[in-house]
Write a protein that binds this ligand. Structure first.
Ligand SMILES: Nc1nc2c(c(=O)[nH]1)N[C@H]1C(S)=C(S)[C@@H](COP(=O)(O)OP(=O)(O)OC[C@H]3O[C@@H](n4cnc5c(=O)[nH]c(N)nc54)[C@H](O)[C@@H]3O)O[C@H]1N2
Ligand SMILES: Nc1nc2c(c(=O)[nH]1)N[C@H]1C(S)=C(S)[C@@H](COP(=O)(O)OP(=O)(O)OC[C@H]3O[C@@H](n4cnc5c(=O)[nH]c(N)nc54)[C@H](O)[C@@H]3O)O[C@H]1N2
Ligand SMILES: [Mo]
Length: 769
């Protein structure tokens, strides 16, 4: 990668339209090119060979699961996993000399891509009150200072403990223990912005907030797999391998997505010779170009079609045995579907009746159906209702609790699901808190804490003194960027445990610390010997992860050690913090006692491939809801209203980024090169707005409290549904008002932003085709 600062404003991006196939040789050459540039040849080989293997480390990218140990390939990684590891294992360093050279003000002028490209954080740094530069600080002083400030706050709820989903189970468990020992449930995490809507809908309807499928459900069992609001080609590339296997044994695949993503076209599996030289496998049988936020209407329409069929021909469409035995609320839901106005549904979904009916026919022909989804569903005002409607859809035909069937929210960060299992949540149930009390002998706080959006509001309003971030990039990932940055600056102390420098570290409180930690790929020696950690993937498989590389700097500490030493500085020896630091098996023993499903944790996690956590609805069709039944719910279809002349903007990831980490400025699958400030718009909409491809436009969002502007985007003609547009995150987060969140889950509605396009001041011109 070039050493010069790269301008992510993307002044001259080029566009060549969407790709029709994914992966193949190109995927391999990209992995190799990026790995070599960051790590050199020897380190690249050593690192990539250890990824996702039984005695290696878990890929730090997405949460997709692994095949059985005996079915793993020599190279069990994808292009984007390779990038994530190379990014972590880079040889470049951000050390004291770097911070002496650049003032905080100078660093704030740089974009996120440049900041992270400078290399790994190499030593603890402190920004003194009023200082212009970060300066080196010893670990001891850094942790003593943090403990001192935490002790000084008038109320423990004036501290906030944020987590990003890369944190291991062991570190996460320790971190929530520290927060609760201090007396607060203020444990916001990236999940609040991610699958919170899925968790809320699933817990309410089936009693368990996780997906219910296994790897084999996709590869071996499902007759029909519906992928909604998810872009696996970029975000879960190894899922394509599993879908290809499903396809080869005759499963059907339907994709519902406003964009014709390359992952839905032909897949050339880079792990097989056939995939490298052949034409590849066509993955999807049907693509539903649903309008942005049209999914609630789509599933309501499907459910209506199933009911109509049943009414016309009893016992032909529904699984009445299942409904009678395991569910309640069916009659009310059925009455609501019968009363639906079908033409309204079709308008909301943006899909003709024929397409919805064809899709329903696929469903009727399938004995088992899996529905996979990701952020395309969760980040809308009505997200929870949409996912409840998907549960209805599955319940109607008994597609829960048997092979090849079930809901499959595909999780994002590699351990975001595990972090939740460990208690990283602002509203853990009393049963968990009781067990924590019994295990450790202190009374955890019961009042619910702050989630991500409410933490921003509390900081904005001067109600938070100390903000601690265990990974992540809070300022860039959250909505209302200006408000959030100012909110962080309102704190007395901001502390970040991180691997790379990012924007959040520069939106500091009066005083600030940046503490560098080990990454997944690195060895972690402690007093009792070299440690491993554990993670949970999206299929609820818990397995171990052991780094292989020597740490990037002698000053790096593990997340576990940092939290344990901070806790010791705060509370002394009380809960055995140092024993937990010295031997992570001690933490696992506590986890075993506190968290259901972790019995014999230490033995079982040492088995190749690990073990699967129980999920009652899947395992025994037991639904741990208030009534003991799965609930049908009534979800009147809604869709975001868009006034004439406005567009509905969704925000997406490019192929060259992991959340706020931007590896490069291309988005190969969507044909974009050399820039990120582009907005994808339907050609007819461009014409109606009197705009041309390549025009420079500002995106202006309209909110109850006024307008917000993201300047200087290039208009790109793209086959989006009429009235719908797309642009990259996080550049678009300035447009999202803090109050624009999903009902119930409070997840920022970052995928339904009502905008208008205004010509920018600067010169227009078509991007080079
Ligand atoms: N390479 C890479 N991998 C990643 C990440 C990354 O940034 N880069 N991030 C990780 C994380 S934390 C997460 S949560 C996941 C995210 O994984 P995804 O959710 O797949 O990622 P997004 O880019 O947010 O894309 C959402 C998809 O939904 C579609 N979409 C947008 N709006 C709508 C809508 O209203 N309805 C429907 N049906 N579809 C819609 C978009 O066109 C896009 O294809 O990926 C994880 N893996
Ligand atoms: N508009 C819009 N906004 C969104 C989304 C969207 O689709 N659209 N998606 C949302 C979603 S799904 C998510 S998950 C959030 C992501 O929110 P976050 O999880 O907060 O953000 P990341 O970009 O994943 O965090 C990257 C930083 O993590 C640190 N890091 C990386 N590895 C490690 C590690 O091993 N340990 C530690 N301690 N630190 C590490 C690095 O310093 C890096 O800069 O963003 C959300 N925001
Ligand atoms: Mo996520």
């Amino acid at each position: 990668m070039a050493e010069r600062p790269i301008d992510t404003t993307g002044t001259d991006p080029t566009s060549s339209g969407p790709e029709r196939s994914s992966a193949g040789m190109h995927g391999i050459t990209e992995s190799v090119r990026y790995s070599m540039s960051e790590m050199g040849p020897k380190r690249s080989l050593r690192t990539l060979a250890a990824m996702n293997h039984v005695d290696g480390f878990d890929c730090p990218s997405c949460a997709w699961g692994d095949p059985d140990p005996e079915h793993r390939k020599i190279a069990e990684f994808c292009e984007n996993g390779a990038k994530a590891v190379a990014w972590e294992a880079t040889r470049k360093r951000v050390d004291a000399a770097f911070f002496a050279e650049y003032s905080v003000a100078a660093l704030r002028e740089r974009d996120g891509h440049w900041l992270e490209s400078q290399g790994r954080l190499a030593q603890p740094m402190r920004l003194a009150p009023g200082a212009t530069h970060f300066e080196p600080v010893s670990w001891q002083d850094a942790l003593a200072l943090t403990a001192d400030r935490l002790r000084g706050i008038a109320d423990p709820n004036r501290a906030v403990f944020y987590t990003s989903g890369r944190t291991s189970n062991e570190a996460a468990f320790l971190y929530q223990l520290l927060a609760r020992r201090l007396g607060t449930n203020n444990l916001p995490d990236c999940s609040n912005m991610c699958h919170e809507s899925s968790g809320a809908a699933l817990t309410e309807t089936i009693g368990v907030g996780k997906g219910l499928i296994t790897y084999a459900d996709i590869t071996d069992h499902a007759d029909l797999i519906i992928v909604v609001g998810q872009n696996p080609g970029t975000c879960h590339p190894r899922m394509l391998t599993a879908l290809e296997q499903a396809k080869r044994r005759g499963a059907r695949i339907i994709a519902a997505n406003p964009l014709p993503e390359a992952g839905f076209g032909r897949f050339r599996n880079p792990q097989t010779v056939r995939g490298l030289i052949g034409p590849g496998t066509k993955l999807t049988d049907r693509w539903l170009p649903v309008r942005v936020n049209g999914d609630l209407a789509l599933f309501a329409g499907l459910n209506r079609a199933l009911i109509d069929r049943e009414d016309a021909q009893p016992a032909s469409a529904l699984d009445h045995d299942f409904i009678d035995r395991y569910c309640d609320g069916f009659e009310a839901a059925a009455a609501a579907w019968r009363a639906l106005d079908r033409s309204r549904i079709e308008t909301m979904a943006g899909l003709p009746r024929r397409l919805i009916e064809d899709c329903a026919a696929d469903v009727l022909a399938a004995d088992s159906v899996v529905v996979c989804w990701a952020m395309g569903l969760t980040q809308h005002r009505n997200a929870v209702a949409t996912i409840r409607e998907i549960v209805n859809f599955l319940l109607l035909r008994g597609n829960i609790g048997r092979p090849g069937a079930g809901p499959a929210p595909i999780r994002g960060h590699s351990n975001v699901q595990g972090d939740r299992s460990m208690g990283i949540w602002e509203k853990m149930p009393d049963t968990f808190l009781d067990r924590l009390r019994d295990e450790f002998g202190f009374e955890p706080p019961r009042a619910h804490g702050l989630d991500t959006v409410d933490s921003i509001k509390a900081m904005r309003d001067g109600k938070v003194d100390v903000f601690i971030g265990l990974g992540g990039n809070f300022a860039s990932a959250t909505p209302d960027t200006e408000v959030t940055e100012a909110a962080l600056a309102n704190c007395d102390l901001t502390v970040h445990v991180a691997t790379k420098l990012n924007r959040t570290h520069l939106c500091h409180g009066t005083e600030a610390l940046v503490l560098p930690c080990l990454g997944r790929s690195e060895r972690d020696p402690q007093a009792s010997g070299e440690q491993f950690v554990t993670v949970e993937d999206t299929m609820a498989m818990v397995h171990s992860s052991r780094g292989r590389l020597f740490p990037g700097s002698p000053h790096l500490r593990s997340e576990v050690a940092i939290i344990a030493d901070l806790a010791y500085a705060l509370f002394g020896a009380d809960l055995g913090w140092r024993d937990m630091r010295d031997d992570y098996a001690v933490i696992r023993r506590h986890i075993e006692h506190v968290i259901p499903g972790f019995h014999a944790f230490e033995q079982r996690v040492r088995q190749p491939g690990g073990f699967m956590l129980p999920r009652a609805p899947r395992d025994s069709r037991t639904f741990p809801t208030a009534t003991g039944k799965a609930h049908f719910t009534v979800n009147p279809p809604t869709a975001t209203e868009v006034p004439p002349g406005y567009l509905l903007l969704t925000t997406v990831r490019s192929h060259d980024q992991f959340n706020t980490t931007v590896y490069g400025l291309d988005d190969r699958y969507r044909g974009i090169k050399g820039g990120r400030r582009v907005v994808f718009v339907n050609g007819d909409d461009l014409r109606a707005l009197h705009l041309h491809e390549g025009d420079r436009v500002d995106l202006v969002s309209v909110n109850a409290d006024g307008e917000r502007r993201a300047p200087g985007f290039r208009a790109v003609r793209y086959p989006t549904p009429r009235g719908c547009a797309a642009a990259y995150y996080p550049e678009t987060n300035v447009l999202v008002a803090l109050d624009s969140t999903a009902e119930t889950s409070n997840t920022p509605a970052t995928k339904s932003i009502v905008i208008r396009l205004e010509p920018s001041g600067g010169g227009a011109g078509a991007p080079r085709r």
